[in-house]
Write a protein that binds this ligand. Sequence first.
Ligand SMILES: *Cc1c(COP(=O)(O)O)cnc(C)c1O
Length: 523
Amino acid sequence: MGDLNFDHPLQSNYSPVESLLDPMEFRRQAQMMVDFIADYYENIEKYSVVSQVQPGYLKPLLPKSAPYYPEPIETILKDVQHYIVPGLTHWQNPNYFAYFPSSGSIAGFLGEMLATGFNIVGFNWMSSPAATELESIVMDWLGEILCLPKSFLFSGNGGGVLQGTTCEAILCTLVAARDQMLSRIGKENIGKLVVYCSDQTHSAFQKASLIAGIHPNNFRVIKTTSSTSFALSPRSLRSTICSDIQQGLVPAYLCATVGTTSTTAVDPLGPLCDVTKDYGIWVHVDAAYAGSICICPEFRHFIDGVEGANSFSFSAHKWFFTTLDCCCLWVKDPSALIKALSTNPEYLRNKATDSKQVVDYKDWQIALSRRFRAMKLWLVLRSYGVEKLRNILRSHVEMAKLFEELIATDKRFEIVVPRNFALVCFRVSPSAISEGKTIPSSELLGDNKYINDINKKLLESINASGRSYMTHTVIDGMFVLRCAIGATLTEEPHIIMASEVVKQHADAILNMSTLMIYMGRVD
Ligand SMILES: *Cc1c(COP(=O)(O)O)cnc(C)c1O
């Protein structure tokens, strides 16, 4: 090292370690990156919303192996633009209506930047007191905005924690419930534990049950029907529970949903909790998508009854302008979580933990290491404030209403389930196809297959146009298009255009299907 000349213009070549986190260099490259991202947002509508690349597109475009020598950021960014951007599906595009939104925002982004910049690992209080304390405070703030009962907040005897995703929130609460029940009935009885959900519950619950060691035969999926808009019926729940008990099984956990993924159905929390309380069943409320809008007083009724549940989660990375990942979980009894998930290795021991005066979030989650996610939420809440957040969410609901109207007034379409939030579920209606045809409609509509195929083709054709991106679900045997409004950049003109895109593609497909029917080819 003695002959290192620090005045040499190429000093960074001689001091590679320093260049990894050199403040000047960071400033230069990070500014370039911010410009790159700002340009991306500025031009986002020019891209096809859904990526049109074919599987395996990337490998031939990139070098066969990792570079041996450093490459400048300028070159790398060029490659991002040329090779990566075409393979992106643009979730931030205002014409994105697929799945549920992944709503970004400046505040969410900047919070992520700060968290990444500090790059602390806040597994316990000691490892970064601000990370833990900010998280607890922000979770109480958010809980209050949602009017969660005090028993879910630190200011009551509960508390909130930021998980990565709903899958983790469900798994953590499920193992807490499992261990709580096993401490009563004995560990050897794990094979008797039964868990409950509806046929509309997110697959995250099935995965969590598998991981938690719930016997696959004891995973109860209760059927829902259109007559209750696909909400879980308390009566069906009770009769399922009763028959399990008769067989000597032990009901342990119910995953209820507010805003199901397919159609945003809402399970009736109050009546469901009235059933479960008789059996000591842990109730988790999964409001991954719809939890956000419950910060508006006029939507809060959708989580009425949550006071009877044991835990509640929603994903701020969906519809709350906080970049992925950020799932907010509140529990009434943190000690149940901690009992199931805590470990105490010597190398993590410290006075603060021993004093029992602090929260060590490593005991509330699966992993040890954890990101400073609270920073994102704190920035979102502070930068926008509750009133503005409410108004933005309301504007999404208004836009969904508009889209619904534009579709419903065209008699070729039908709205398949009542709209609760900002998701519209619709399809080309069977009558649009049978109308004016010489073929008797009964022949066409004997089963859903023909009408489903038409709707599938419609969706494929909309998405292949690149002008709009929607996804589908199948409910009651019907193939249904889902238009989820909530991308941050979406405005009314995008909604009007989306409805026009749908209608134009329906024109083409319905004309084609008329021709096919005429020619006797109904495939
Ligand atoms: C999206 C969704 C999930 C998965 O949520 P993530 O936190 O994004 O993993 C779970 N449940 C419901 C009802 C959802 O809509």
